[in-house]
Design a protein around this ligand. Structure first.
Ligand code: LLP
Length: 454
């Protein structure tokens, strides 16, 4: 589900903030030394010069801390919790390995993401497979790989998976994706009676119950439980609480009608993050309490045993761990209108601004201790006017060759990147303990032509 565009913003003003004031959106190891922005003990200005720009930089300590916080604050309330990192937010082999090392599971939503997990040696029993239209080939790949769980999204898929599993003489654990009729807005929830969604089985028209009954009777499938995902970039925890109320009530109905108890309840992802300094997302600690305690309490109310629980964070693991570094190439002052600062990247490495009207904080990494004294629009290098990275960004006074840093780009930027205008994709660098390494190298022109047939 796409993140909702944020509320209309007041016109930006120079805010005199320095990098120190941007701590809420920067990686946890960010600091200012000698006027430069450092992350993971690495000078980002030197890094940009050595590794080249545009460049995604990710703080390994930040990612591990987020994963550990999820494990800690969910299992604090109930030991039977899987923290399932949603690979669509950012995936690379190094990321898959980190998720495995941190005792987490992995959500893959395509055959390609599954291929990454396999290449990384990720334990297949810890894989959750998503997608609203998995192809027969993808379903076969899941069975052959021995994935832990397939989250079934349609009747056709259920029949296909059953036939494929039965033909192989295996039984696949499945969850059914249910649309609880609760949709999260960033700051609230909406009850969507119509359940107009391409995802999952709606409860209202009885489809979800019909799906459960079919999953129980089909050969080759082990109906383990339910999945829901109510949205992304959610600030209000009561949206999750409301959806949990609805889905546990449905678990009760399942027990009454079929005698089968749901053994696993997956509440999806969605916890919001700070993109702007004023944003105040909920903490992982509070989220763990609302979700895990909430499920336990609702189950008790309905006389059900508490199931195993899964949560599927993506954005809140990686968004603030990452920044994008660019080199300023040109500065256009249009008197009385605006100033454009053009960088060596754009909508090919960050589509979220043009797609969702997303807003980011920016700073000049080599002027990190200086106040943001002006406002400029950070534009990309692509052939269209909508190619904007940050609209009306308070910024230190920019000069050509400055290193411009856009904050909180660790989620859904690299994973949604493209080769528009045959732009090579930036590399991804992990930083930590004063060292850096490419985990994904920058593309070359040869990479761009790899699939050409001459
Ligand atoms: N589980 C499922 C089934 C999902 O569909 C998603 C995200 C997640 C977990 C992870 O949600 P998160 O914790 O990251 O909110 N491209 C958009 C975001 C789309 C989210 C899609 N599903 C963006 O750039 O904001």
């Amino acid at each position: 589900m796409a993140a909702r565009p944020s509320a209309p913003r007041p016109p930006a003003q120079p805010d005199l903030k320095t990098a120190a004031d941007l701590a809420p959106v920067l990686p946890m190891t960010a600091e200012v030394r000698d006027g430069h922005l450092w992350i993971g003990g690495v000078d980002t200005v030197e890094l940009a010069r050595e590794a080249g720009t545009a460049l995604y930089v990710m703080d390994e300590a930040h990612i591990r801390t987020q994963l550990r916080d999820y494990v800690k604050w969910t299992r604090y309330h109930w030991p039977e919790v899987d923290v399932v990192y949603a690979g669509k937010a950012f995936m690379s082999l190094a990321m898959c390995r980190m998720v495995a090392e941190e005792d987490c599971c992995l959500d893959v939503s395509s055959g390609g993401e599954l291929a990454f997990a396999r290449r990384a040696g990720f334990p297949m029993e810890r894989i959750y497979v998503h997608g609203n239209n998995k192809t027969p080939a993808e379903l076969a790949e899941c069975l052959d790989a021995g994935v832990g769980r397939v989250v079934v999204d349609s009747f056709e898929e259920m029949e296909r998976l059953s036939a494929l599993a039965a033909a192989r003489g295996v039984t696949q654990r499945v969850l059914l994706r249910v649309t609880p009729g609760v949709e999260a807005d960033t700051h609230d929830f909406i009850m969507t009676g119509a359940e107009d969604s391409k995802f999952g089985f709606g409860r209202n028209q009885g489809l979800a119950m019909q799906a459960v009954k079919r999953a129980i009777e089909l050969p080759g499938l082990d109906f383990e439980g339910l999945h829901m995902h109510i949205g992304s970039q959610i600030f209000a925890l009561h949206s999750f609480a409301k959806a949990i109320e609805v889905i546990v009530e449905f678990m009760r109905e399942i027990a009454d009608e079929t005698g089968v108890q749901v053994r696993l309840l997956d509440t999806g992802g969605g916890l919001g993050v700070a993109y702007g300094v004023p944003d105040e997302p909920s903490t992982i600690k509070d989220y763990g309490k609302v979700v895990v305690d909430g499920i336990k309490e609702e189950c008790e109310k309905h006389g059900l045993d508490a199931p195993r629980i899964a949560v599927e964070p993506g954005r809140s693991i990686v968004a603030n761990a990452g920044v994008t570094l660019y080199t300023v190439g040109s500065i256009k002052v249009i008197p009385g209108i605006r100033t454009y600062v053009a960088v060596d990247g754009g909508m090919s490495d960050n589509i979220r601004t043009s797609l969702y009207d997303a807003h980011y904080e920016a700073l000049i990494a080599n002027k990190a201790d200086q106040p943001r004294e002006m406002v400029a629009t950070v534009a990309g290098k692509h052939c269209e006017s909508g190619d904007i990275v940050v609209n009306d960004a308070p910024l230190q006074c920019p000069e050509v060759d400055d290193i411009l840093c856009v904050c909180a780009t660790g989620a859904y930027c690299q994973s949604m990147s493209s080769n528009y205008n045959k732009q090579v994709r930036p590399g991804v660098v992990f930083v930590g303990d004063g060292a850096w390494r490419f985990v994904v190298r920058r593309e070359t022109y040869d990479d761009l032509m790899r699939c050409e047939v001459e």
